[in-house]
Structure formats: C-alpha cells, structure tokens
Ligand binder design. Structure first.
Ligand code: NAD
Length: 494
C-alpha cells in the first residue's frame, strides 16, 4: 500500500491545512513510493509557535534530564534499525551496506551528543573591582530550523537535532522533498520516546511556498542547513532581516592527490569508496583526481580495473544504486558531455548501464572515468555529485599541486596519498580545506569538526565546536558585597 505522511506539529501527526500532498518516487524503479504533506504558511506558523512555546520549558530542564529523552530515542531506533535501513534503500537507492552504515552513523551521532549533557560548561571570571564576579553561561538560542538534504537524510537529521536538543533548543525539521519518509520515521521515534510536544516538529512541502517564509520567520533563532551552496546563499539573503545564526554545510569539490611514492593499491581502494559511495552523491566525494606523472598510467589502469568489478543495479543486492532523481541524472550526464566537448576522454563508462527492464525507469548512471581533464573545465570547477571523475596528470612540483587543489570555490574535504612525511605535513599546513584525509578514507567522525572553507559553508557540525554553535554565551555581572556605597556610577549620576 502507498505510504502517506502528514506533518508533525506540537507532538501530533496532523494533515496539512491545504490537504495537498506531494509525490515521492523510488529512484531504483522510477515508480511512485509515497505521498507526503505539502505544508502551507499557516502550518509553518503553527509549528514554529509550538516550538517557540515548548522551548521555554525544554530549556528549564537540566541537560542530564534532556539527555534521557535522547537515550530513549537511541534505544527505539536501535530496536527497529532494519526498518530504517529499508527506507534508506528505497527512498535514496542506497546499497544495503551503506544504508546500514548510515543507521550506525545516526546512533553514533545521537550517542555522542547525548554524552554532552555533562560537558556544556561556562566560565566564571573575576570582575574589575573586588567582590564582583561575571558568570558566562552557555544558553540555547531558541528555535532551530534544521534543513536537511537527501544524500544522508537520516544522519543529517541526527547531526542537527542531537546538538540542538541537548543544549536546550527546540527544532523544526525541514527535510528534502526527495527524502521525506526517512525524516518522518525518525520523528515518529521522537514521538514514541515521549519528547514534550513542540520540542521536535516536522514540516515538509514546496520550497516556493514555505522556503523563504520559514527562513525569514522572526521566531527562528538558528538556521542549520546542509545543502547546495546556492541554497546557502539564498538562505543568507532571506534570513538577513531576522539576524538568525547560520550553520551552513554546503557543497564540495574534493581534490584527490596521488603522489609518486603513494601506496597505489591503497589509494585506488580508497578512491573506489571516495568516488562511488552513495553513487558519488556525497559532499566529501573525490571530484578532482591529480596523479603524479610517474605513476599516472599505472594508477588510472588500476582504478579502471577496480571500477569494472562494481556491481550496479538494485541497491538491495548490488554495490552501487541509482542517482536520486531524473534531474540529478541529467545533470551528471551533462557534466560528462561538457567535459568531452572541452577535450576530455572517457576511458570507462559514460551513459546509462544495461539493466533488466524493471529498472528501465530508474535513475542509473555508469561509473565513469575521464582523462585529459584540465583545471578550467566545468567538470573540475562545479560539483558533479555523481559517479563520475576526471583525472589530471601533474608534474613533480608539489607546490603547484597544492595550488591546483586550493584553486576551487569549494573547500570541504581533500585527500592526499604519499609516504613522504614532509610533504604530508606541508599539505596539512597549506591545503585550505576543512578536512584533509592523508592515506585514509573518510567519512568524518562525530568527534571531528566538519566545516567548509570558502563557498563550502560557514560554522560547522560535530565535535565540541559543533555543539557550541547551538549555544550563546550570556554574561551575568554580580556584586556580592554588603557595602551599599559600592554601587558608584560615573558622575554626574551619583
Ligand atoms: P539542496 O540545497 O537542493 O536542498 C537542501 C535542503 O534545502 C532541502 O531540504 C531543500 O528542500 C531545502 N531548500 C532548498 N532551497 C531552499 C530555500 N530557498 N529555503 C529553504 N530551504 C530550501 O541540496 P540537496 O540537493 O538536497 O543536497 C545535496 C547538496 O548538499 C550538495 O551540494 C552536497 O555537497 C551538499 N551536502 C553538504 C554536506 C556538508 O556537510 N557540507 C553534507 C551533505 C550534502
């Protein structure tokens, strides 16, 4: 039976006031997967009012009390993890092993943030006169609008609600219209965990109706977005009148550098993951391959041989599934066409794979490798977000390679394979990316700070720095002396 999902406002599943629903398609088969509520502005108002009212009480709980709700949520998700794994396979087209890994990620993130219950601390500093003191409290901002993407739809919800809730904020989750059901399932677990009404709300719908409206609503204090850079820019504009705190996790264009002394087998194995994980739809995906001229041919051949072994098809039984939707499929194929028209050469893949008829409407694209790519081609400048990689041969000048890597609007993840410690250290100082993986794969850990340079975003998530994005420092000045003459003020106000 077709799934139907409503909005979750003030602790209850509720129909949208418009009674309108939107369609979600299964990317593997192209068939209708379910219908989800299209919220109106009135629904948005109700959800934000409910989060705003609930926040006053939620903040009064101690963080240890708040963590008990998070631990309950962790228990409920763990008990039913196979269900979430299935939605991830159906809704995103993730292979089983990747869907399972994402569920692990959700639990790891929630656990990590719940443990912050006893770690959010402030400072006490002396005043400038005797018997005066200043308390610097970490206080919540208020209502957090958490806007999530479709590529890691469960992990991104966990990464946002965890720190927001433990620090005393309440949340409105606005998931991508490509993955409303993953978010809905997590919110149902929130309901079962008994969070107070209004603490977590779910709004789904059309960007044209609710996008700017939500992000310019005066009762929103923090907007945390994971999405495309252009969406981040749009939200900076729409939220400018409300002075909301912005946490923006945006696009990437990761350089993947293979130096002449690298362990090529290791580098090729990691590149398989860095390129084909989630069909290349990851913000930390390798997008620009720079290989030293001495090992270029050998490495490209090794990577082609490994790529040939990838099984593509139904994500339940294969290594790589489809792209998320038809728009993404056209975008990825247009990148390949443009690279070829600019002089690149396809050495593996290109186009749709041959699959059984039942997947003929699925959004599949072949893993694709291009050589003869140049730094200024579109395929090296813009985010592809698909199983396609371009390769460029580089000379023995390591400084030049660092310059090439840094020459990008994006600055999220980067990769380097070398056994030379001095080059590794040089790169760790000079690569201008939020993350550098040396001789190893990602993804980022809960205890690492995930942040982008340049157009990859601002602020960040995970680690203690990520939690601190959700609290403000409030200062309380106290004079505790008994001397009533001490309250002197600047003349003439004596
Ligand atoms: P997207 O920007 O299209 O959408 C992200 C979310 O923003 C969705 O919920 C969407 O409905 C919403 N949205 C879009 N326009 C809006 C507006 N004007 N106002 C309010 N909400 C709006 O991104 P996507 O296609 O879902 O995700 C892929 C992108 O996310 C890629 O660029 C990828 O690199 C990036 N990403 C970044 C990270 C990171 O940690 N930096 C992680 C995952 C994905």
């Amino acid at each position: 039976m077709e799934k139907i999902q409503n909005l979750f406002i003030n602790g209850e599943w509720t129909k949208p006031s418009s009674e309108e629903y939107l369609d979600k398609y299964n990317p593997t088969t192209g068939e209708l997967y379910g219908k989800f509520a299209s919220a109106s502005r009135e629904d948005v108002d109700r959800s934000i009012d409910s989060a705003y009212d609930a926040q006053k009480k939620w903040e009064r709980l101690t963080s240890v009390e708040r963590s008990k709700y998070l631990y309950k949520l962790i228990d409920l998700i763990s008990q039913d993890r196979e269900y979430l794994t299935n939605i991830l396979m159906d809704e995103v087209g993730k292979p089983r092993v990747e869907a399972e890994e994402e569920v692990d990620g959700v639990l790891d993130q929630l656990q990590y943030y719940a443990e912050f219950a006893r770690k959010i601390t402030g400072d006490v500093v002396e005043g400038t006169k005797p018997e005066r003191i200043i308390y610097q409290y970490k206080v919540p901002y208020g209502v957090v609008l958490a806007i999530t993407p479709w590529n890691f739809p469960a992990a991104m919800v966990a990464r946002k609600i965890g720190p927001a809730l433990i620090s005393g904020n309440t949340v409105i989750i606005k998931p991508s219209s490509d993955t409303p059901f993953v978010a809905g399932w997590i919110v149902e677990k929130v309901r079962q965990a008994g969070f107070p009404p209004g603490t977590v709300n779910l709004i789904t719908g059309k960007g044209s109706v609710i996008g700017d409206y939500m992000t310019s609503h005066k009762k929103i204090s923090v907007i945390t977005l994971t999405g495309e850079t252009k969406t981040g820019v749009q939200i900076m504009k729409s939220s400018s009148s409300i002075m909301a705190k912005l946490i923006l996790e945006l696009g990437g264009k990761a350089p993947f550098i293979v130096w002449k002394d690298a362990d090529l087998e290791l580098a090729a194995r990691v590149l398989m993951w860095a390129k084909y994980w989630n069909s290349g739809q990851s913000c930390i995906a390798a997008e620009r391959l720079y290989v030293h001229e001495d090992v270029y041919d050998k490495f490209i051949n090794l990577f082609i041989e490994k790529t040939k072994t990838l099984r593509i098809g139904d994500p339940r039984t294969n290594d790589m599934g489809p792209l998320i939707n038809s728009g993404q499929l056209s975008k990825v194929s247009s990148f390949v066409e443009s690279a070829v028209s600019e002089g690149a050469k396809i050495v593996f893949g290109g186009g749709k794979p041959q699959l059984p008829d039942k997947f003929s409407k699925g959004f599949f694209y072949m893993p694709t490798i291009l050589t003869r790519v140049k730094q200024n081609m579109k395929i090296f400048r813009e985010e592809i977000f698909g199983p396609v990689i371009g390769a460029m041969k580089v000379s023995d000048d390591f400084d030049e390679v660092i310059d090439l890597a840094n020459d990008s609007d994006y600055g999220l993840a980067s990769y380097l394979f070398t056994k030379d410690i001095s080059l590794a250290m040089k790169a760790s100082r000079e690569i201008k990316f939020g993350e550098l993986y040396i001789n190893m794969p990602g993804p980022e850990a809960s205890q690492g700070y995930h942040t982008g340079f340049r157009m990859s975003g601002q602020a960040g998530e995970n680690s203690k720095y990520g939690v601190e994005e959700y609290v403000k420092v409030k200062n309380v000045y106290i004079d505790y002396s008994k001397d009533s003459t001490k309250g002197e003020v600047i003349p003439p106000y004596t």
